[in-house]
Every structure is written in structure tokens, then in C-alpha cells.
Ligand binder design. Structure first.
Ligand code: FPP
Ligand code: MG
Ligand code: MG
Length: 367
């Protein structure tokens, strides 16, 4: 069908909405504490994929043409999200000051040629989503004692564990202020669930079901629920909200499967972070779990988290001798297909096509 004929560049489609993202986030992170400010901004200085905000913005556009439960009037929305909280202490309110001096036109709703629209609240949601993701990366790199991220030294390698954890907390707190300013309790609950899931990421148990649940918790929940959030802010009907959620969930699971495959097949230069890390961390991801079906001798290694001399090498070799990587990719492809099928239920638009094309990108990415 016509959706796969011509490539739509999401960056072009979203224009200023995505270009301003990092700039706006940095505004939200301004602080009188210079160390917190610079570490919390650190991962925004390298070029991330911006997958999550991209999804939020595209989903906002794609659902804007769908049936509505409420008609949202975009006018005045920036006033709501940029008005200082009445409880902000005025002495230390660099955040409120900043918000007040910010040019209001930044948050005007944007209207595309096709009549799709991104509301100021949805744009802010994209920023909040990337902030929460980045907070989780700061904490994750401490937990995983990871030395690199996005081809740079990790935050923990550069600034130490303590300040990196605090900077993650700070990011999360600022994201929460911005979230509260959306004045929508349903969205606050949704995002609190996302954060809970990130932390709850289930215990390291080795069956495939647990692995998929953990992947939902650590990756897909954020994608699924932020797509859902975008459609809620757009006033969509429950049916449309479910479509947005299903798309994000399946794409998110596929994304994690591919990530776990690339941990075996990519190079650290390409990936921008350590490869071969999961076995060393004791983690049995999809490729290993599939290989275990063919090579039962992997069982004891998985149980002892590859901690004996030679375990990591042996598991690595068995994965490459098995169909584990191939099967991981096949499952990811199936989930991408599912994601594309749900989003096809939305009215036709360039944003919808871009969301479908994103499912291919997730599958063929090598970084
Ligand atoms: C990356 O997985 C893991 C996450 C993005 C989530 C980790 C969550 C926490 C550390 C809880 C803290 C959360 C907040 C919101 C502060 P990975 O290690 O497999 O990915 P990687 O290869 O990119 O490191
Ligand atoms: Mg990690
Ligand atoms: Mg981790």
C-alpha cells in the first residue's frame, strides 16, 4: 500500500517540534546548582536517537485526525503549562523565572499541511518522556558500572556515582514539575506508572516470560504509555488510546529485543556503549534463552549468572552456534508487524506512515 512507497523523514515532518526538543529540555533543567545542572544535561550533549519523543510527537500528529472524546482547544495551553506553580518558593525559583521569561511563541501549537496538529501539552510530554528516559540511563549506567554511552565516557565514569545518581533524581524531579503543570491527573498517574515500572524491572529470572515482562518494564512501558499519554492529551476516544498504547508496547518490546541482539552482534564503536555486556552482567537475554532450547548445557551457566571462569565465553559461543540471534530478530519482526497493524487503524496521514516506517527502522538499526 501507499504507506511504504515513499520515505517520510520524521525530522522534516516534525520540523521545529523535534529541533527545539533538546533546547527546551535544557531550559527545564536550569538550576542554581551548577554541578547538578551540568550532569543532568550531560547526556543531552551527545546525539541520542530521540526515539521516545519522536514517537510522542508522531503519535500526537497521527491521532489528531482521529475521532475525539473531547475537543481540545490549543489556544492558551502554553499559559497553563508555563504558569509558575503557586507553591513555588520565590527565593529559589529559577525554574519559574525561566519559564516566565521564556518566549511564549515556543509553545504555540503547530499545524501541518495535512491539518494534523501537535498541542503544546503534547510537545511538553515529549520533553518529559526524554527526561525520564535520560534519568533512567544515568541510574542504569551506575548500576551496570558502564563506562561509555553514546560514544562518550558515561556520566558515572566522568563525575562519579554519587553525583550521577543525584543528577538522575534531579532530572526526574524537574520532569515531575513539568508533568504537574500539564494539570492532568490521568497523565500524572500514567507517568508515575512508567517510573514505577522502570524501577520495578523484574528480578533477574531466566524464563522467556520473565524476560519479556522485564523488557516491558524497562523499555516498552515508557514507549507504550507515552504514546497513550499523547493520545489522552489530544482528547482521543478509548479505542484510539488503545491503538496508541498497543503500537508503543509492541515497538518497545521489539526495540529491546534488537538491543539485546546488538549486544552480541554490534561493535562498541557502532553501538556507542559496551557490547557483550549482558553476559558479563549475568543477564540471560533472548538470544541466550533461545540458544538454551538447543543447548541444554547452557542451563547451569544461566543459573549461576555466567560467573564461573569461561562461562561468558562458552555462552557467547553457543549463542553463535544456535539459532538464538535469528529467532530474536524474527520475534522482533513479528512485534514490529503487530505495531504497524495497530497504527494502520488510524486515519491516513504522513505521521501514520512515519510511525509505520519507524517499525522497519527499529528492526534494521545497528546502533
Ligand atoms: C537499560 O537497560 C535500562 C533502563 C533504561 C531502565 C533502568 C531503570 C533504572 C536504573 C531505574 C531508575 C529509573 C529512573 C526513572 C530514575 P540496559 O542496561 O539493558 O540498557 P543499556 O544497554 O542501554 O545500558
Ligand atoms: Mg545498562
Ligand atoms: Mg541495565
Amino acid at each position: 500500500n501507499s504507506d511504504s512507497i515513499s520515505y517520510i523523514d520524521p525530522m522534516k515532518l516534525l520540523g521545529g517540534d523535534i529541533l527545539d526538543l533538546t533546547q527546551n529540555i535544557k531550559r527545564l533543567l536550569s538550576s542554581k546548582h551548577p554541578v547538578l545542572e551540568s550532569i543532568s544535561k550531560y547526556y543531552f550533549t551527545s546525539q541520542g536517537k530521540h526515539l521516545r519523543p519522536l514517537l510522542v510527537l508522531l503519535m500526537s500528529q497521527a491521532t489528531s485526525l482521529a475521532p475525539k472524546q473531547y475537543q481540545i482547544s490549543p489556544a492558551n495551553y502554553y499559559e497553563i503549562i508555563d504558569t509558575p506553580l503557586s507553591s513555588s518558593p520565590s527565593s529559589s525559583s529559577s525554574f519559574s523565572e525561566l519559564i516566565n521569561e521564556s518566549p511564549k511563541e515556543i509553545y504555540q501549537p503547530s499545524l501541518s499541511v495535512q491539518g494534523t496538529i501537535i498541542l503544546p501539552t503534547q510537545r511538553r510530554l515529549a520533553e518529559i518522556t526524554e527526561m525520564i528516559h535520560t534519568a533512567s540511563l544515568l541510574h542504569d549506567d551506575v548500576i551496570d558500572t558502564s563506562e561509555t554511552r553514546r560514544n562518550q565516557p558515561s556520566a558515572n565514569a566522568s563525575f562519579g556515582n554519587k553525583m550521577t545518581i543525584l543528577a538522575g533524581d534531579f532530572l526526574l524531579a524537574r520532569a515531575t514539575i513539568a508533568l504537574a503543570r500539564l494539570r492532568n491527573p490521568e497523565i500524572i498517574e500514567l507517568y508515575a506508572t512508567i517510573i514505577t515500572n522502570l524501577v520495578e524491572e523484574s528480578e533477574k529470572v531466566s524464563t522467556f516470560d520473565y524476560y519479556m515482562e522485564k523488557s516491558y518494564m524497562k523499555t516498552a512501558s515508557l514507549l507504550a504509555n507515552s504514546c497513550r499519554g499523547a493520545s489522552i492529551l489530544g482528547g482521543c476516544t478509548p479505542e484510539i488510546i488503545d491503538i496508541a498504547y498497543d503500537y508503543g508496547r509492541n515497538l518497545g518490546l521489539a526495540f529491546q529485543l534488537v538491543d539485546d541482539m546488538l549486544d552480541f552482534t554490534s561493535s562498541s564503536d557502532n553501538f556507542g556503549k559496551p557490547v557483550g555486556a549482558d553476559l558479563k552482567l549475568g543477564l540471560a537475554t533472548a538470544p541466550v534463552l533461545y540458544a538454551w532450547e538447543e543447548f541444554p548445557e547452557l542451563g547451569p551457566l544461566i543459573d549461576r549468572k555466567f560467573k564461573n571462569e569461561g562461562d561468558v565465553e562458552m555462552a557467547h559461543n553457543l549463542v553463535f552456534r544456535s539459532k538464538g540471534l535469528e529467532k530474536t530478530k524474527l520475534l522482533a519482526a513479528l512485534l514490529c508487524k503487530k505495531a504497524a497493524t495497530s497504527v494502520l487503524k488510524l486515519p491516513k496521514s504522513d505521521a501514520r506512515s512515519a510511525l509505520i516506517q519507524l517499525t522497519d527502522k527499529v528492526l534494521i538499526r545497528n546502533k
